[in-house]
Design a protein around this ligand. Structure first.
Ligand code: B12
Length: 251
């Protein structure tokens, strides 16, 4: 096994067991070795977090373990952040994205932001636990073509519908296309609440966003490669989010 493969494996293991200083060291080593930061993210860090979720589901991990793993991931992301530079291309469109009220899960949303920014979208990230009222104010201010809602709890999924109703009441429903996603969401659920599209993962969120822009009459190349090379501000948001949570957990 080459050193790059070893690094991915060690990063996976150490993220899983929440050893933050080692994940930081390994990430630095990977970058110095010339590894693609996106490979580090998508081949080591995210699979580790998925495994954390599985262990939580079967009762082997509890919330503190999840937090410790997220902290280890955060340290690695802090290294990757400055390397993922902005593309500097003309915006493909404007997306306002948020995690719904009552929900603080944002890693999935932040990955979508990285990919969307990489594909040239101008992204306004409203963060987590966003009320329908704040969403409406932000749409009026930023006038995006697309809005994205993320939910990771079955108890917060109904906020998709609440948000869409708020758009209708504010007379904004025909001004924006709504896309939704999050671990418990299905395409059927998305349609049943009146969303315009559902994205199962970050790369599909880009395809979806482009498709919705085309549906709105914009001239977008759907076949263009969507692998990102950008996302500095999104990375910062992700890092900040995990950091805030960690601080709260330590209080
Ligand atoms: C990390 C984590 C946490 C962290 C969150 C840190 C953070 N900053 O996000 C912390 C520790 C804070 C946390 C807290 C809680 N969590 Co939690 N958490 C998780 C965990 C392990 C991983 C979630 C994650 O980030 N996955 C990684 C991303 C990449 O996931 P993804 O789905 O692949 O993301 C893609 C798509 O969903 C899509 N996508 C996402 N959003 C959007 C948006 C749009 C517009 C589009 C198009 C696409 C899209 O693109 C993403 C990128 O590819 C999951 C387990 C799991 N299996 O999901 C539980 C899980 C989501 N949590 C759960 C629970 C119960 C909780 C708590 C209630 C626990 C508690 N008792 O306190 C609290 C709730 C806090 C709150 N009010 O929100 C449950 C939810 C169960 C349910 N049915 O509702 C899960 C499923 C674990 C379980 N099996 O029980 N959690």
């Amino acid at each position: 096994m080459g050193r790059a493969e070893e690094i991915k494996k060690e990063l996976y293991d150490n993220t899983l067991s929440g050893r933050a200083p080692i994940t930081e060291k390994l990430t630095k080593e990977g970058i110095e070795l010339g590894m693609d930061p996106l490979d580090i993210l998508f081949d080591a860090l995210i699979p580790a977090l998925q495994e954390v979720g599985r262990l939580f589901e079967i009762g082997e991990y509890f919330v503190p373990e999840m937090m410790i793993s997220a902290k280890a991931m955060q340290r690695a992301m802090a290294i990757l952040q400055p390397i993922l530079g902005d593309t500097g291309v003309e915006p493909t469109g404007k997306v306002l994205i948020l995690t719904v009220k009552g929900d603080v899960h944002d890693i999935g949303k932040n990955l979508c932001i990285i990919m969307l920014e990489g594909a040239g979208f101008d992204v306004i990230d409203m963060g987590v636990n966003v009320s329908p009222e704040k969403m409406i104010d932000a749409i009026k201010e930023h006038q995006p073509q697309l809005v994205g809602f993320s939910a990771f709890l079955t108890t917060t999924m109904p906020f998709f519908k609440t948000n869409i109703e708020a758009l209708e009441e504010a007379g904004l429903r025909d001004k924006v296309k709504v896309m939704v996603g999050g671990a418990p969401i299905t395409s059927e659920y998305a349609m049943s609440v009146g969303a315009d599209g559902y994205g199962p993962d970050a790369s599909q969120s880009v395809r979806l966003a482009k498709r919705l822009m085309v549906e709105m009459g914009y001239d977008i190349d759907l076949d263009e490669n969507v692998k990102p090379s950008a996302g500095t501000s999104a990375m910062r948001t992700a890092v900040d989010a995990v950091e805030t949570l960690m601080k709260k957990a330590e209080e």
